[in-house]
Design a protein around this ligand. Structure first.
Ligand code: CMX
Length: 438
């Protein structure tokens, strides 16, 4: 599918000219102030990264190349009228900045199907790990094991001119994205289905094939996974998985190393692992209360108890958002459309009624509203994907679309090694005009 690559390059070249103009002629334009609080609270709000693929607005949620999630549900091509958009279309949009035609999307599906072969040594690496090692450990190890195949790394070693790096990076990310459903499904079947693997069906779309290889062939599961792959794909550049991928890539590490770094970051409980934590936390609540239909006041008491214990309420809060995450809302709408009276989904909805005022009343939690992880597990669980410690792998497969697209932009722009300055506590104290006793 050379035309998609060429199209990308044609569009990206225009940006590249502006990028160089900015660096060359406007490098000393001041962007704003940086406060001590911003630095010490995790660099929040500092405009420090260049990311094209999506932009997060605190009061509106994510926009991919300017389009909100509900707009994408309308505009991106679908396989069938009733269904959800194909993640292939979102990938095209993030790369090229335009809504694709259905034909473009089908071509990407075909392209990925031809690149989806996973080398035997990667299965061997997975199989060498204990079966009960965490799915994200198996997933990250599998990704690193494929660095052996990196065309970027080979080109770099052969001394290729850096203006062509993006081309090899493009090939690497296309190969890597194409292989991830097979790897994820392999880990799933290895751990939970006695290694009874299901071969890929190259005629299916990327997410549909993932559902198929995991053992779920119903129309609704395929629709759910297409939606899931779209909504988790990107959240601008500063989140841990995107930033880690980009940072490691800035050392000219190949796509496999860079993405593995992102996935190790995604595996943290404050980020992608929260989708499992939500399920564990709700299971604990149901067990402790002795009912799977808790009342609002029982849920409120359980939330208060969690806070008193100094734990976080998983699935709530966000580093940027200050509203209910639109990714939560589209999942809630999916549930309303397809699911009648699921007890766990009822609990998720009850928590949504009860939790925000309690979290707000703490006075310190900046966003009392649910994020994407508050809903995703209960939907998967409804359709029989009950193994919650696998959920972060699904998040990771989706996240590849955004962070790997960005890696190609990084090489088009020739972004340099990332290297912010660090300072000691004395330096910060000095800046604040107070003395630090050593
Ligand atoms: N439950 C309890 N306390 C919370 C909280 C929650 N859901 N969200 C924030 N807080 C606390 C923080 O821990 C912090 O406490 P301290 O001052 O004692 O350290 C305080 O409120 C202020 O935090 P904040 O500025 O509102 O939030 P941060 O930007 O620091 O953190 C996040 C954001 C997501 C890590 C946090 O809200 C959280 O831990 N949420 C629960 C975990 C979760 O759902 N993560 C998934 C996020 C989405 C994703 O990446 O997938």
């Amino acid at each position: 599918m050379e035309y998609i690559k060429n199209r990308f390059y044609e569009k990206a070249m225009k940006n590249m000219a502006d990028f160089h103009k900015l660096r060359r002629d406007y490098g000393d334009v001041v962007l704003g102030q940086v406060t001590i609080d911003q630095v010490l609270s995790g660099m929040k709000g500092i405009p420090a990264l260049l990311t094209e693929t999506s932009k997060l607005d605190a009061n509106e949620g994510i926009r991919f190349r300017g389009y909100s999630l509900p707009e994408l549900q309308q505009k991106l091509p679908k396989l069938e009228e009733e269904g959800e958009p194909l993640p292939e279309g979102l990938f095209y949009l993030m790369m090229i900045g335009e809504i694709p035609e259905k034909e473009d999307v089908l071509n990407i599906s075909k392209d990925w199907a031809t690149r989806a072969h996973v080398p035997q040594h990667t299965f061997d690496v997975i199989n060498a790990l204990p079966k009960n090692s965490r799915p994200m450990t198996q997933f990250s190890a599998a990704i690193i094991s494929m660095a052996y195949d990196s065309v970027f790394m080979k080109a770099y070693r052969a001394g290729v001119n850096k203006k062509f790096y993006w081309d090899f990076m493009y090939e690497d990310i296309m190969n890597l994205i194409a292989r991830l459903p097979r790897i994820a499904a392999y880990i799933y079947r290895r751990i939970y289905h006695n290694g009874n693997h299901i071969e890929p069906n190259p005629t299916l779309d990327w997410a549909g094939n993932l559902a198929h290889m995991m053992g779920f062939d119903s129309v609704e599961v395929k629709r759910l996974l297409r939606l899931y792959m779209v909504i988790h794909a990107d959240h601008e550049g500063g989140n841990v998985s995107a930033h880690a991928t980009h940072l490691v890539g800035s050392a000219l590490s190949n796509a496999y190393y860079s993405f593995a770094a992102g996935m190790v970051g995604l595996a943290g409980p404050l980020h992608g692992f929260a989708n499992q934590e939500v399920m564990d936390w709700m299971a604990e609540m149901i067990q402790q209360l002795g009912t799977d239909e808790p009342t609002d006041s029982q849920i409120a008491a359980y939330i208060e108890q969690t806070l008193i214990q100094g734990r976080v309420v998983p699935g709530y809060g966000h580093a940027v958002l200050r509203i209910t995450d639109p990714r939560f809302t589209v999942q809630q709408q999916f549930a309303e459309k397809y699911i009648v009276n699921d007890k766990l989904i009822n609990v998720v909805n009850a928590i949504y009624r009860v939790a925000p005022p309690i979290l707000e009343a703490t006075g310190k939690i900046k966003n009392p509203w649910p994020n994407v992880d508050a809903f995703s597990g209960s939907l998967l669980n409804h359709y029989g994907i009950t193994e919650s410690n696998f959920y972060t792998v699904l998040f990771g497969v989706s996240r590849s679309l955004g962070v790997l697209s960005s890696l190609v932009f990084d090489r088009v722009y020739g972004l340099p090694l990332e290297r912010p300055s660090s300072q000691t506590l004395s330096w910060f104290m000095n800046k604040a005009g107070i003395k630090h006793e050593e």
